[in-house]
Design a binder for this molecule. Structure first.
Ligand SMILES: NC(=O)c1ccc[n+]([C@@H]2O[C@H](COP(=O)([O-])OP(=O)(O)OC[C@H]3O[C@@H](n4cnc5c(N)ncnc54)[C@H](OP(=O)(O)O)[C@@H]3O)[C@@H](O)[C@H]2O)c1
Length: 298
């Protein structure tokens, strides 16, 4: 029997694309998440995907999930902290546990999904946790491949769907003057990068920054969606100071529409840095957001 690739977070937006890509290549896949039955894979043969209920905070559960695996992919995510769940538990502790127990189980490869701009000195708790998580993964599993995407888009994503909703407002508030640059990367290109990391020995121990074919400002992305939807709206610059105030006040009310971490993220460009290894180094020609938008926002 073929040893499976375990995809932690295999029910999430990126995780589902990774599972589909790996299974389409004939790999056997184990989806590991707290509620692994929530994702359907109607196009895949039923026997190509097994499910494993696990929380990355649970030592025994993670050990059981990685047992007998050929490789492990960690695509677990947490974007907003709550009273009983913080970034360190998932992005540092959880990431380290997956890496350490995968190494202990003699798993051949580990692909760790992180993000562009990881920085232990960032004012964002999220970005700091992602950076510390990468360090912990590297210490526990030195040959792990780190993939750092810019914002990921595709059909049924979080990003374009949210902006589509915002462009229904009569007036669209911008972060600052909307000049922050992003390099949106297609979800299937990130999934291809995971597969490439598993087959290319040169990827072991390396980090790749994954950006799409186009660098666009936040304002440009909104204008592209407005054109696609044939909507005309006023774009209103809103200083970052005001956003920080909104985030601070709404955090006290629970279920905030925006967090301080998200404001920090939107205040710095999120693009592939000079000299970084990229999708091209993995043999993948990235798609661009504008050409793909009609297929994503139906
Ligand atoms: N989406 C983007 O634009 C973007 C950009 C850059 C980097 N990334 C990175 O890409 C990765 C995937 O992001 P995504 O947007 O696909 O996330 P997502 O859609 O929110 O999916 C998160 C996945 O993690 C699982 N999960 C959450 N908490 C867990 C826990 N405690 N134990 C086990 N599984 C848990 C969820 O399943 P359960 O809830 O059932 O456990 C789900 O399968 C993350 O590392 C993220 O930071 C994403």
């Amino acid at each position: 029997m073929q040893k499976p690739v375990v995809v932690f977070g295999g029910t999430g937006f990126l995780g589902r694309a990774v599972v589909a890509e790996l299974a389409a290549r004939g790999r056997s896949v184990r989806v590991a998440a707290r509620s692994p039955e929530t994702a359907a894979f109607p196009d895949l043969p039923g026997d190509s995907v097994e499910r494993c209920a696990v929380d990355v905070r649970d030592e025994d559960g993670v050990a059981a999930a990685v047992a007998g695996a050929a490789a492990v992919v960690n695509a677990v995510s947490l974007y907003v902290e709550s009273a009983d769940l913080d970034f360190d538990a998932i992005h540092v502790g959880g990431a380290e546990r997956v890496a350490r127990l995968a190494a202990a189980a003699d798993v051949g490869q580990l692909v760790h999904i992180s993000g562009i701009g990881v920085d232990t000195q960032s004012p964002s708790r999220y970005v700091r946790a992602r950076a510390l998580g990468e360090d912990a993964v590297r210490a526990a599993f030195p040959s792990a491949t780190a993939l750092r995407p810019s914002v990921i888009f595709g059909p049924d994503d979080h990003f374009l769907s949210a902006l589509d909703g915002i462009t229904r407002l009569p007036v669209i508030p911008l972060f600052g003057d909307g000049a922050t640059h992003l390099q949106p990367v297609h979800v299937e290109d990130v999934a291809l990068a995971v597969e490439a990391s598993l087959v290319q020995p040169e990827a072991a121990g390396c980090a790749f920054e994954l950006g799409g074919a186009e660098i666009l400002s936040y304002r440009d992305i909104l204008l592209t969606i407005l054109r696609h939807r044939r909507r005309r709206r006023l774009l209103l610059p809103v200083p970052f100071m005001v956003w920080r105030g909104i985030a601070r006040v709404s955090a006290r009310l629970g279920n905030p529409p925006i967090t301080e971490d998200q404001v920090v993220l939107m205040s710095a460009d999120n693009v592939v840095s000079d000299g970084a290894a990229t999708l091209t180094d993995l043999g993948i020609a990235p798609r661009g957001l504008r050409a793909q938008l009609p297929a994503c926002l139906l």
